[in-house]
Design a protein around this ligand. Structure first.
Ligand code: NDP
Ligand code: 2IT
Length: 450
């Protein structure tokens, strides 16, 4: 059997067994194409059906989330927790609240998380959860009632040594607070079962910044392989949420000019670039006022707002997609390449379509998949768990040092498994193989239990 036959046969079965789950199919195919040659060299992996086991979640929990809105009307949402793989540690991964959440989205995210967490070098398994509830436009009281109802069911399935959720799209400090409060009330115990907590109640310094900062640390390492850096570079960022905000802050502080931010309605282009004052306004606009990125262009007239467009037509050296899955397609990739972009570092999970990835790799530009470059967020969640367990709080400098080391270790792993014969670093291959080997070996050593 050729590698191609193995991949296509596997995918045909996966698609038949999981019909319609297109995001999940996409995520599995990407990993499988990288690891198939490795698997075929090790009959023990084939015989133990490691890959077949990895694509079947250990457990999926789906539940009703009823709540009452401010008008007194009953609302029903759907809740999920996909406990994908616990080979190397308790399930760990974020919770997403967004209207686009489906079982397929949860499974793709939990699958990606398994390999990402393995790359962090910390003992964390893979999981993901969420709901099709969207906090946008809801009052604080509505968000609280929703979070309490969601946690009333979820708390039966999680725990500090079992499954430790955190934030993701639509889940920030406010939502983690409401969920943690309800967890503590129902379980009558104070444990670090959620990460991303407030600083006065068990949170870690630098966790809010960690995904965006980590992505920039990773990009620094990528750029260094070509003698380049952020200094003087023009950067396009998509999104304007947690990851985008701190990617922008770090890129700027490393000497880059950040010229775009976006949300699901459009993007702003500021040819003068962000500065500390403008970024502070964005933080206040998004986290305090819960406003739209369009308002940036109202406040700073040098900026322009492009309704219903994505930022990838703007000329840049470095692109950092930090919003959501499949937000950068082949057409966008062609525009970036034509404009001379030489580095694409993902802050989001699976933001680049397979066709766009192929174009970047064919052009031999630097391209890193989210499971490598956005792993700083979950890694710092792991550091929060450690601090909770030893009942200590580390300083910002201590956490930052760990984060730097972890991102650098992930980069080394990508080099080890992803450097091709001509010297091109295929970060997709490197990240997938390095993450896979760690999880696969743990599964082999533990026998056929899942
Ligand atoms: P936030 O909710 O803070 O921000 C999400 C941003 O993406 C918002 O600007 C949002 O705009 C935009 N967005 C969401 N959906 C869409 C869409 N369909 N089309 C265009 N824009 C969209 O989430 P995060 O910043 O935490 O997450 C961003 C990405 O990073 C996600 O892929 C997430 O999985 C990933 N990630 C997050 C980590 C974390 O620690 N938070 C860690 C690792 C990865 P709008 O307001 O219009 O919805
Ligand atoms: O996608 C991700 O890695 C996250 N949303 C962070 C998960 C976590 O547990 O901190």
């Amino acid at each position: 059997m050729s590698t191609k036959e193995y991949v296509e046969g596997f995918m045909a079965q996966l698609e038949q067994k999981n019909p319609g789950e297109k995001e999940f199919h996409q995520a599995v195919r990407e990993v499988l194409e990288s690891v198939a040659p490795y698997i075929m060299d090790y009959p023990a992996l084939l015989d133990a059906k490691i890959m077949e086991r990895m694509v079947e979640p250990e457990r999926v929990i789906m539940f009703r989330v009823p709540w009452v809105d401010d008008r007194g009307e009953v609302q029903i949402n759907r809740g999920f927790r996909v406990q994908m793989n616990s080979a190397i540690g308790p399930y760990k991964g974020g919770i997403r609240f967004h209207s686009s959440v489906t079982l397929s989205v949860m499974k793709f995210l939990a699958f990606e998380q398994t390999f990402k967490n393995a790359l962090t070098t910390l003992p964390m398994g893979g999981g993901k959860g969420g709901s099709d509830f969207s906090p946008r436009g809801k009052s604080d009281a509505e968000v609280m009632r929703f979070c309490q109802s969601f946690m009333t069911e979820l708390q039966k399935h999680i725990g500090q040594d079992r499954d430790v959720p955190a934030g993701d799209i639509g889940v920030g400090g406010r939502e983690i607070g409401f969920m943690f409060g309800q967890y503590k009330r129902l379980r009558d115990e104070w444990t670090g079962t959620l990460t991303g907590k407030g600083l006065t109640w068990g949170g870690s310094l630098l966790r809010p910044e960690a995904t965006g900062y980590g992505a920039c640390y990773f990009a620094q390492q990528m750029l260094a392989t070509r003698g380049k850096s952020f200094e003087g570079a023009t950067v396009c960022i998509s999104g304007s949420g947690n990851v985008a905000q701190y990617a922008a802050q770090k890129a700027m502080r490393l000497g880059a000019k950040v010229v775009t931010l976006s949300d699901s309605n459009g993007f702003v282009y500021d040819p003068d670039g962000l500065d500390e004052e403008k970024l502070n306004y964005v933080l206040y606009l998004k986290n305090g006022l819960r406003g739209r990125i369009k308002e940036y262009a109202d406040k700073y007239p040098t900026a322009r707002y492009f309704e219903n467009e994505r930022p990838w037509s703007i000329k840049c050296d470095i692109a950092m997609p930090c919003a959501t899955q499949n937000e950068l397609d082949a057409e966008d990739a062609k525009k970036l390449l034509a404009n001379g972009c030489y580095c694409v570092t993902e802050g989001a999970n699976m933001p680049t379509t397979p066709e766009a990835i192929a174009l970047f790799q064919a052009a031999k530009i630097l391209y890193s998949p989210g499971k490598a470059s956005n792993a700083g967020g979950v890694a710092t969640s792991g550091l929060e768990m450690t601090q909770n367990s030893i009942r200590q709080s580390w300083t910002k400098e201590e956490v930052d040092e760990h984060l730097h080391r972890i991102m650098s270790d992930i980069h080394d792993a990508c080099l080890k498994y992803g450097t091709e014969e001509d010297g091109y670093i295929n970060y997709v291959k490197g990240a997938n193989i390095a993450g896979f080997i760690k999880v696969a070996n743990a599964m082999l050593e533990q026998g056929i239990c899942y």
